[in-house]
Design a protein around this ligand. Structure first.
Ligand code: ES4
Ligand code: ZN
Length: 326
């Protein structure tokens, strides 16, 4: 398809990517072997067969089980390096990636092990692949405010290695307001913040993310479309939404790609970007997401370029750093 070639050749940035969600089944097995971890799956095929989800929670259960093979600095390095090599092929030149430290701290993996492994790969990606990066520490919203504050305290030694903070995991019943004080502190410390909101949770959670937590980006935001006033506010503020089409399909946020509201979002003036979320679990990386959209929706070349440009202007690169990509 001509439009696929067009967007493939276009420099792209990814703003919504969970590193642990880029853990491919083959690497789960390789790391299990290397680390002597016993898996409840006999083969790669058996593991892949478990990748059928009816909702966010069913996915998260498999996602947290999968990352149990990540034990050593080298594991976090290998994970991150594999992701960077993969998206380099897709024409991705800048990434802003999440990691979930609490999921590893709970298993006894020190923050230093996690961050040093991830950063070593990110710096190698910058040097050898020309991929610039930001690293985002994401709090798990199903855990307590106290746990988030304790994690923030532990992260203090690594503040120079972190660019911002995020909020992910089970959304329903865990509104942004639960973490208002945590993110106020993050902002006070001078960090950017970005919050998952309106994926499964209601439009009200997006309002909270905006007005209570003063978020710098909204991750997903699909359910904003249920509230015309919210659409208008997001459009007026040119708030970046990091939309994840294959994720939306796999987690049944949309029933078919043909029904994805991406074009409606663009037509409403929303600043939308395309991202892969958890590519190892949801069926593909950056270009797989664009390809699926192009096949299902009547997108124009102008809209595709707009999507790619939105990700750069919505990124945490300085205007000077964004300039060469625009
Ligand atoms: C996630 Cl798709 C999604 N939603 C919420 N939290 C997550 N963590 C990893 N992927
Ligand atoms: Zn996500």
């Amino acid at each position: 398809h001509k439009l696929v070639d067009l967007i493939a050749a276009c420099p792209k940035t990814e703003l919504h990517l969970h590193l642990e969600g880029s853990l491919e089944p083959a690497m789960v097995f390789a790391l299990a072997e290397r680390n002597g971890v016993i898996l409840p799956y006999a083969s790669v095929a058996e593991l892949q067969a478990a990748y059928q989800f009816n909702n966010l929670q069913e996915f998260l259960d498999v996602y947290y089980a999968g990352m149990s093979v990540l034990l050593h600095e080298a594991d976090f390095y290998d994970l991150t390096w594999a992701y960077l090599q993969r998206v380099h092929q897709d024409g991705v030149v800048h990434v802003e990636v999440f990691f979930d430290p609490q999921a590893h701290l709970e298993r006894g993996i020190p923050l230093a092990t996690q961050i040093h492994g991830i950063r070593r790969a990110l710096e190698q990606g910058q040097a050898e692949l020309g991929i610039s990066f930001r690293l985002i520490l994401s709090f798990l919203r199903h855990l307590s405010e106290e746990s988030a504050f304790a994690t923030l305290a532990q992260a203090e030694d690594f503040f120079p290695l972190i660019d911002g903070f995020g909020l992910d995991s089970s959304e329903k019943g865990h509104p942004p307001e639960k973490f208002a004080r945590v993110f106020a502190r993050c902002k006070e410390l001078g960090f950017k913040i970005t919050l998952h909101a309106g994926e499964e949770g209601p439009a009200d959670y997006v309002w909270q993310a905006l007005n209570l937590l003063h978020t710098d980006r909204i991750d997903h935001g699909n359910r904003s479309l249920e509230d015309p006033q919210l659409i208008q506010t997001l459009a007026e503020r040119q708030m970046t939404l990091t939309v994840c089409p294959l994720s939306n399909l796999k987690l049944r946020v949309v029933q078919q790609m043909e029904q994805h509201p991406l074009i409606q979002m663009l037509d409403s003036g929303l600043k939308v970007t395309i991202n892969s979320d958890d590519p190892a679990y949801f069926g593909g990386y950056m270009m797989d997401n664009y390809r699926a959209l192009i096949e299902a929706l009547p997108l124009t070349s102008e809209q595709l370029h707009q999507l790619a440009r939105n990700a750069f202007t919505g990124s945490w690169l300085s205007p000077e750093e964004q300039q060469p990509h625009l």
